[in-house]
Write a protein that binds this ligand. Structure first.
Ligand SMILES: *[C@@H]1O[C@H](CO)[C@@H](O)[C@H](O)[C@H]1NC(C)=O
Ligand SMILES: *[C@@H]1O[C@H](CO)[C@@H](O)[C@H](O)[C@H]1NC(C)=O
Ligand SMILES: *[C@@H]1O[C@H](CO)[C@@H](O)[C@H](O)[C@H]1NC(C)=O
Ligand SMILES: *[C@@H]1O[C@H](CO)[C@@H](O)[C@H](O)[C@H]1NC(C)=O
Ligand SMILES: *[C@@H]1O[C@H](CO)[C@@H](O)[C@H](O)[C@H]1NC(C)=O
Ligand SMILES: [Zn+2]
Length: 426
């Protein structure tokens, strides 16, 4: 199909979905604040999170950044005082802070679709769920010889979870890679970067072209939509839990719901941001993702699994549930270091290479641990994208392009290195 045809379809689709663009609200529940707890090693804030009283936004440093709802703020204040912890209020009114940020980004937004730029994922704005779906369906048509977009199942609210299969450009050498993004709703930069990688992968003529690449750009569509319409800092899926009279007690943390060491280091409290759900794979999203991954690992030689999150700038390897070394740890570290070195080159962005438990915290039920333990993939990673906390989850859209460029630098090296590079040189 020619560019011309593609772009006229593209323009039409944009006209249809344009009205939705206006409901980006960057909303937050009234009274939510952001606090910084000083000198806290994590025990107290983790306990507060398990009780469903706070939402820990940044665990990667000694001072903890937490989100506190209006109705919990007195309890949290009291418990911090009991533990002789001091805090300061970083954001007094999250809702107006987000609104102001939103106003700034929307004004610079432009929607254009020309022969040359169409169809491409937006690079100057975060895409709505509708726009993402439109792009994926366009891609499926415009690149039908290499791309197959299929639904691997439905979310709890009945939305499709899309899998993009990019077939090898060159003769197949039986190596596949799985990339996941968007399992945590508020981490908008992750799907944005992964969407940017799709055209880069399709235009690439290097040895990466020998691989089968499977991409889920949006693993938690319901949560993502909710983070646009209702609560910008929503993390979980949208399961309605049993005791739902309280705000924030819905949803399951999908990255604690994978059925390996289930429930060991995650909260059993539905009001917690890290609620692991009723049982391993209780959620349709994780069930769909894992079933599709099992199918890929049965039909292909699955070499690597990467799950993209934000923020903190890490490339993490298993385990999340234990400080023990996972199999292939030296090789995982070596390849992750290649990635981190290449990613740093362009803009100097430093990504730390470490295991989840050692570098961050103990957490069970994540994609990377399950892929390592159950599918036994050699290379299994969780990437925490930009930044290191300046903007955190509400990273400005002008970070989409540089983040994608540096991640692409890393991916080119990593995909070449983990691929069956040896016999590609035959
Ligand atoms: C796309 O993938 C689906 C599901 O695996 C498969 O049934 C279908 O034949 C594929 N289509 C193409 C054109 O490869
Ligand atoms: C993508 O195209 C294939 C045929 O090439 C089709 O089987 C599949 O249903 C399409 N996917 C979507 C999401 O439209
Ligand atoms: C809901 O509340 C009841 C009574 O407080 C409690 O026994 C039950 O465990 C709660 N359910 C969940 C899923 O937390
Ligand atoms: C909610 O209650 C139902 C019925 O009692 C139970 O099957 C389900 O596991 C509960 N959900 C959660 C998240 O506890
Ligand atoms: C990464 O960069 C560091 C510092 O420049 C260097 O010592 C190391 O050998 C590099 N590692 C890899 C795997 O490229
Ligand atoms: Zn995450």
């Amino acid at each position: 199909m020619s560019n011309m045809q593609l772009c006229s379809t593209g323009l039409l689709a944009f006209l249809v979905i344009l009205p939705h663009f206006c409901w980006s609200q960057y909303a937050a529940p009234p009274g939510d604040q952001i606090w910084e707890v000083e000198g806290e090693i994590g025990l107290v804030t983790t306990m507060l999170q398990d009780k469903g009283l706070v939402d820990i936004l940044d665990e990667s440093r000694s001072r903890k950044i937490i989100r506190v709802g209006l109705k919990n703020s007195i309890d949290v204040k009291f418990i911090l005082l009991q533990h002789k912890l001091t805090y300061k209020i970083l954001v007094k009114d999250l809702a107006s802070y987000l609104k102001e940020k939103d106003g700034k980004t929307i004004k610079t937004r432009s929607i254009t679709c020309t022969d040359l730029s169409c169809p491409q994922p937006l690079s100057d704005a975060y895409m709505t769920l509708d726009q993402i779906e439109w792009y994926l369906k366009e891609l499926n048509i415009s690149h039908s010889s290499r791309v197959n977009v299929t639904s691997i199942g439905k979310s709890i609210e009945g939305r499709d979870i899309w899998l993009v299969h990019i077939r090898p450009l060159k003769c197949r050498v039986d190596g596949a890679v799985w990339i996941e993004a968007g399992i945590h709703a508020r981490e908008w930069i992750a799907p944005a970067v992964i969407l940017q990688l799709i055209p880069k992968l399709l235009e690439d003529c290097s040895r990466i072209g020998y691989l089968d690449i499977f991409i889920v750009p949006m693993a938690n569509p319901d949560g993502y939509l909710y983070s646009w319409t209702t609560n910008r800092l929503w993390r979980k899926n949208r399961r309605i839990n049993n005791n739902t009279s309280q705000v924030g007690c819905d949803g399951v943390d999908l990255n604690r719901n994978w059925d390996y060491k289930f429930g060991l280091f995650a909260s059993s409290n539905p009001c917690s941001e890290t609620f692991h759900g009723a049982s391993g794979f209780s959620e349709p999203e994780t069930k769909a993702l894992s079933d599709a991954m099992i199918a890929v690992s049965r039909d292909y030689n699955l070499l690597m699994v990467m799950a993209f999150h934000s923020y903190g700038q890490f490339i993490l390897h298993p385990w999340g549930w234990s400080t023990e070394e996972a199999p292939d740890t030296p090789m995982m570290i070596s390849r992750a270091t290649l990635w981190a070195n290449a990613t740093k080159k362009r803009y100097g962005t430093v990504y730390k290479v470490t295991s989840t438990t050692v570098g961050l915290y103990a957490a069970s039920g994540a994609t990377d641990d399950w892929a390592k333990a159950v599918l036994q993939v050699k290379y299994s990673y969780t990437v925490e994208l930009r930044d290191e906390g300046t903007e955190g989850f509400v990273l400005s859209p002008n970070q989409i392009v540089p983040s994608s460029e540096e991640v692409w630098d890393g991916m080119k090296i990593l995909l070449t290195a983990v691929g069956p590079g040896d016999y590609i040189y035959l």
